[in-house]
Design a protein around this ligand. Structure first.
Ligand code: TEU
Length: 540
């Protein structure tokens, strides 16, 4: 177990993300719940994780699966009660697993009492908790569009005003310019700290300092000022880990966010690598092959750039992204090998790794008929494509490749009915491949992706080079191989990954001949690298 009283304890931690509605149902409602997570804590302890990032479980109308919060201090009955939450925190702690809550501070639900009061009365002190502009119903204040499609302004006839929403209309943006709002947020966070949570993930934190009149959404002028105040008033009063979601972060900004003095956050999720397979300036639905050399260059730049002056988060999956084994691996013939390779590539780097539920099983994307998708973003995209008369096939191809529901189908526990996720009707269909890809089978198989991840996590704890070593990219221009070296106090780690379906000839330099193989996804290495072969070598 990690000593979580030590400053920076999270540098050796591994985080596991749970999307509660798809993890484990215990009531037959078809939606996962907190008791389901408690039931599976031993599984997570066996994997070897230190923290759970829990996607939002707060009270919510669930328009955006909980990213629309109507009470920040209560649990949605869908998931359980505050008492269940306290039990989860307690039971987690017993196993060395902390809870990281997912705070959505950029916007609330339109059903939050603050917004109901703000909308009822212009004179209410809550009115200014949100972002309003006077106007007329026939003319939006400007042409800004919301992330989920459609205008970012919603008309309220009773007030003769529009309110601003960067996401769905049911997710009005909070006005961080208002000090009273900020104070309420800080008090709420301090309250969660008292409940014993060990960290926070901050949803779209780079969008809180918006200035709609200047069409600024991300990286607003007051962003880092707000973050420093937030951190000082809350996180710095405890020994917490914090990670901000920042689609707009570049390296320079990441140095501010994750400055070693702890003045802002522990780290951010940046999405530079995740956006490489989309046309520059285009949208995520465009399908482009991954520019592999750029991909490596980007990782290397972040590894080198934050070494000693900041901290990386390491992730390939989350609840908004397609399954990585389908995206950048081979989810057919080489599913197991490529899932292990992707884990090797990522877990050899410096930073705090995040595993998204099911990644440790090599779970894949899904293909559903359109009426079985649930995500507001997918449904809006489909509607728009229909209106624009785009060919159905092309639309579906984008959804299969990039839709957020790929990550949101239920966790595959068993080969049985509904994958052991629920005894009721799952809120979204289970991936039919659960008959072969499931936790029960993985636990029984010593060569499974699960056991490989378990070993990766163990290695990170055993050898300081993982947390502290510097990073050098080797073979930067090689079109198939991702090779890098980490070095720390005379010890060296070599990570070799063949990102392809073909054998590739490559040998490490002579000095590595005596190295120890820490982990590999083929039983033995034979001259050429086999399809999706990956290994870590260690030289003392
Ligand atoms: O995501 C931020 C965000 O910008 C995403 O909507 C992203 O652009 C999209 O998923 C790309 O497909 C966060 C949460 O992670 C997401 O689940 C929420 O829907 C969103 O904020 C609003 O709270």
């Amino acid at each position: 177990m990690l000593d979580k009283t030590k400053k920076d304890w999270w540098k050796s931690a591994v985080v596991y993300q749970i999307y509660p509605r798809s993890f484990q149902d215990t009531t037959g409602s078809g939606v996962g719940d907190l008791n389901g997570i408690i039931r599976r804590l031993d599984y997570l302890a066996e994997l070897g994780i230190d923290l759970i990032w829990l996607s939002p479980v707060f009270a919510s109308p669930q328009v955006d699966n909980g990213y629309d919060i109507s009470d920040y201090r209560d649990i949605d009955p869908l998931f359980g009660t505050l008492e269940d939450m306290r039990t989860l925190i307690r039971e987690g702690k017993k196993r060395g697993i902390g809870i990281m809550m997912d705070l959505v501070l950029n916007h609330s639900s339109d059903q939050h009492p603050w917004f109901l009061k703000a909308k009822a009365d212009k004179e209410s002190p809550y009115h200014d908790y949100y972002v309003w502009r006077d106007g007329t119903p026939d003319r939006y204040p400007n042409g800004m569009q919301s992330v989920f499609g459609g205008p970012a302004w919603e008309w309220v006839p009773e007030l003769g005003q529009y309110y601003f929403h960067q996401f769905a209309p049911q997710q009005p943006d909070l006005n961080w310019e208002n000090p009273a709002l900020r104070r309420e947020i800080y008090d709420m966070i301090l309250w969660w700290m008292e409940q014993g949570v060990e960290g926070f993930r901050l949803d779209v934190i780079d969008q809180i300092a918006k200035e709609p009149d200047r069409e600024i959404t991300g990286n607003g002028p007051r962003l880092h000022e707000f973050l420093r105040e937030l951190s000082r008033e809350t996180f710095q009063k405890g020994c917490l880990v914090t990670v901000g979601e920042a689609w707009g972060a570049n390296l320079e900004r990441a140095k501010l966010y994750s400055a070693p003095d702890g003045s802002e956050l522990s780290m951010v999720f940046q999405f530079e690598q995740m956006m490489l397979d989309q046309k520059p300036g285009g949208e995520k639905w465009d399908l482009c092959p991954l520019p592999f050399v750029k991909f490596k260059e980007s990782f290397a730049r972040w590894q080198e750039g934050l070494h000693g002056c900041g901290w990386n988060s390491l992730f390939l999956n989350n609840h908004d992204l397609p399954r990585v084994v389908s995206r950048w691996g081979n989810d057919g013939e080489y599913r197991v090998q490529s899932a292990k390779l992707l884990g090797t590539m990522l877990h050899g780097m410096q930073g705090t790794p995040y595993i998204y539920q099911g990644e440790e099983l090599g779970m894949t994307n899904v293909r559903l008929p359109i009426d079985q998708y649930r995500d507001v973003e997918i449904l809006n995209f489909y509607k728009r494509c229909q209106e624009e008369g785009r060919p159905e096939e092309e639309t579906m191809r984008s959804i299969y490749a990039k839709g957020r529901d790929n990550a949101r189908t239920p966790m595959q526990w068993t080969a049985g009915e509904n994958a052991g996720f629920t005894e009721g009707t799952p809120w979204i269909p289970v991936n039919p491949n659960h008959t072969t890809i499931n936790a029960e089978a993985a636990l029984a198989d010593p060569d499974s992706v699960f056991h490989y991840y378990q070993k990766l996590l163990k290695l990170r704890k055993e050898l300081p080079v993982f947390a502290h070593g510097d990073f050098t990219l080797l073979e930067p221009d090689h079109p198939k191989l991702f090779v890098y070296r980490r070095a720390y106090e005379g010890k060296q780690l070599l990570v070799v990954c063949n990102f392809s379906d073909e054998e590739t000839v490559w040998e490490p330099k002579a000095e590595w001949k005596n190295a120890r193989t820490l982990i590999a996804n083929y039983p033995s290495h034979a001259g050429a690298l086999r399809p999706w072969e990956a290994m870590m070598l260690y030289l003392e």
